[in-house]
Design a protein around this ligand. Structure first.
Ligand code: SF4
Ligand code: FES
Length: 607
């Protein structure tokens, strides 16, 4: 790689003459690596995929060089003779702290460096309990991994190990103190990032331990990040404790589904169940962190109050029905309202993805060219905060508690024009506020909020109207609706969100949709096919034969239903970006690469 500088070798670029100097480089274990001035040896190794063991170093924290596992041996050119000479008299150097200089030759696999790695591992394991089989960190523990890669393989320690207590440090965090290796990452996090300083090191020598100040638990909006930071099993997540061995978990990259942050996350799941959410590093968005509300806000995915089957009102009571009946009733109810000279209103929730907003908006305008399109309520809690406080470049926590208000508005505006998209308050007025003075006769509502929503005002405003609800949790609204179609949560669908930073980011489905629920985008496509009475996209098949189980009709009776197109977020993005110039940006939006899945490196036995 070359950089253009004012001094150095001449180089011609585009007809102009520049001086060019090669980027500085060092050699680590025989491999040449370019670097930018100021980078440390460890940072260069990490950037080039070269492994140097490291415990106390973290890209997001200050450098303390205390664990000593990363020590290396280095040689550097003598500035006068240009000859390579042992750097710092041949002493071992902390690679995490030592900035690189051009021409340096570094070894972390020399006999001296390897002897240090073995000594450090032996020291760290002296008092470490041998409780890997019952430790939650097992399988993702750096002490385990490095012990295997850099340790001795046998212990020479025959004395009693020092026993340390287990402690409850706060709402989300347990400390298993005797597993701690005193890297102080957790302490530095509370001092440097949240600036709340709840954690400290107390004691000396082998009695040293992490602790909180008496009576002051770790209680800040980012508290659970210390669990991710802990390289061993000392800080554990109360919520995840003993629920699943990590090697069974699959990882799907995703986006914060609860706030406007667009934070990058990874959903950890197994057999259709979400077990935890962790941050995914993105220096432009959330850096290395996520808030506790995003980390633990997924519980509604498996709520016992999930809507699991379509419902229709029969003699004033909501009864379960199949989709075929629910779709027919939906279309009939809307058409009946339109025949009475009324309009349709569709409220798209800011919890839905852009692709669903497009399909629902287009469906609404197909049913009623005068349909009102509105964005659902956007919850706001408190004010935006940055960590460290006052640092504009720090991690930002957003007060807006919906992931896609901007994306939904952008998409609906492309369909009906910027000034014609209503907000929630405006929609409330358009519905007549329960006075009966409204030209809207049918309403399609979408929710997908993590808790129940819909104020009494809103319920009153719906009086006398035909209401279809696409939602995930049962609520007063689902009791009121004429038709309920069960929707899918963020973990069960693919799509894209536009964050408060104006970034459009896509994600893929992690787990199957619960029971008979469906992705709202799929419901919109199904309704398209019912409205059009034919497949929404001609694929050479006019319809499919399905077994009908409606009412008293014998199960063997066959009816032909129009076949809907399968929802594919990527296809919808392609279509919307092609049809609307203001949505062209969606053409370039792609889902993140799938996370590498853990592969066991030993044979599994069926017992
Ligand atoms: S508790 Fe974990 S993160 Fe904190 S000092 Fe100990 S090993 Fe490091
Ligand atoms: S990682 Fe360098 S001393 Fe800890």
């Amino acid at each position: 790689m070359w950089t253009l500088r004012s001094r150095g070798r001449f180089r011609t670029l585009g007809g102009l003459c520049y001086h060019a100097t090669p980027m500085p480089s060092i050699t680590i274990n025989g491999r040449r690596c370019d670097f930018s001035p100021g980078q440390t040896i460890l940072q260069i190794a990490n950037a080039n995929g070269l492994e140097i063991p490291q415990y106390c170093y973290h890209d997001g924290l200050s450098i303390v060089a205390s664990c000593r596992i990363c020590l290396c041996e280095a040689h550097a050119p003598n500035p006068k003779s240009g000859q390579l000479e042992p750097f710092m008299g041949g002493k071992l150097l902390p690679s995490c702290q030592q900035t690189a200089s051009d021409g340096m030759v570094v070894y972390t696999n020399s006999p001296k460096a390897v002897a240090n790695q073995k000594a450090v591992m032996e020291y760290l394991l002296i008092n470490h309990p041998l409780d890997c089989p019952v430790c939650d960190q097992s399988g993702e523990c750096f002490l385990q991994d490095y012990s295997y890669q850099y340790g001795r393989g046998v212990s020479r320690f025959e004395e009693q190990k020092v026993k340390q207590p287990k402690k409850d440090l706060g709402t989300h965090v347990y400390l298993y103190a005797d597993r701690c290796i005193m890297c102080t990452r957790c302490v530095r996090f509370t001092r440097e990032v949240t600036r709340t300083g709840e954690l400290m090191v107390q004691g000396r020598g082998n009695k040293e331990e992490i602790d909180i100040f008496p009576g002051i638990p770790i209680d800040n909006e980012l508290s659970a990040n210390v669990i991710d930071l802990c390289p061993v099993g000392a800080l554990l997540d109360k919520d995840f404790l003993f629920t699943q061995r990590v090697w069974f978990l699959k990882e799907t990259p995703s986006i914060d589904p609860l706030t406007a942050s667009g934070d990058n996350i990874t959903i950890h799941h197994n057999e259709g169940k979400v077990y935890r959410i962790k941050p995914r590093v993105n220096p432009l968005v959330n850096k290395w962190w996520i808030t506790d509300e995003v980390r633990y806000g997924w519980k509604f995915v498996h709520s016992e109050h999930r809507l699991r089957s379509p419902l229709r009102k029969q003699y004033g009571v909501a009864v379960e029905c199949d989709y075929s009946r629910a779709y027919d009733d939906t279309v009939d109810g809307i058409r009946a309202a339109l025949h009475q000279g009324k309009r349709l209103a569709v409220m798209v929730s800011p919890m839905l993805v852009c692709e669903e907003a497009y399909l629902l908006g287009t469906l609404a305008r197909t049913l009623d060219p005068q349909a009102v399109l509105a964005v659902g309520p956007v919850p706001v809690q408190g004010e935006d905060k940055t960590f460290p406080p006052g640092d504009p470049k720090g991690f930002k926590m957003y007060a807006e508690k919906a992931p896609n208000a901007r994306g939904v508005r952008r998409v609906l505006a492309a369909i009906v024009g910027e000034g014609n998209v209503q907000g929630y308050e405006q929609l409330l007025k358009s519905l007549g506020g329960g006075t009966g003075r409204s030209d809207i006769g049918a309403v399609v509502l979408t929710g997908n909020y993590p808790s129940t929503w819909g104020t009494d005002d809103f319920l009153r405003a719906l009086s006398g109207k035909f209401v279809v609800l696409l939602d995930t949790l049962s609520s007063g609204l689902s009791d009121r609706a004429d038709i309920v179609l069960p929707g899918a949560t963020f973990a069960e669908k693919a799509g894209s969100f536009e964050s408060a930073r104006g970034m459009i980011q896509a994600f893929e489905q992690a787990i199957p949709v619960a029971e008979m629920a469906k992705v709202e985008g799929q419901i919109a496509l199904d309704l398209f096919s019912v409205v059009q009475g034919s497949p929404a996209v001609a694929d050479g098949v006019a319809g499919v034969v399905v077994q009908s189980t409606l009412g008293q009709v014998a199960a063997a009776t066959q009816v032909v239903r129009p076949r809907a197109v399968m929802y594919s977020a990527a296809d919808v993005r392609r279509e919307m970006s092609g049809k609307h110039a203001s949505l062209a940006a969606f053409a370039a939006v792609a889902s993140p690469d799938p996370a590498p899945q853990r592969q066991p490196d030993m044979p599994m036995l069926d017992l």
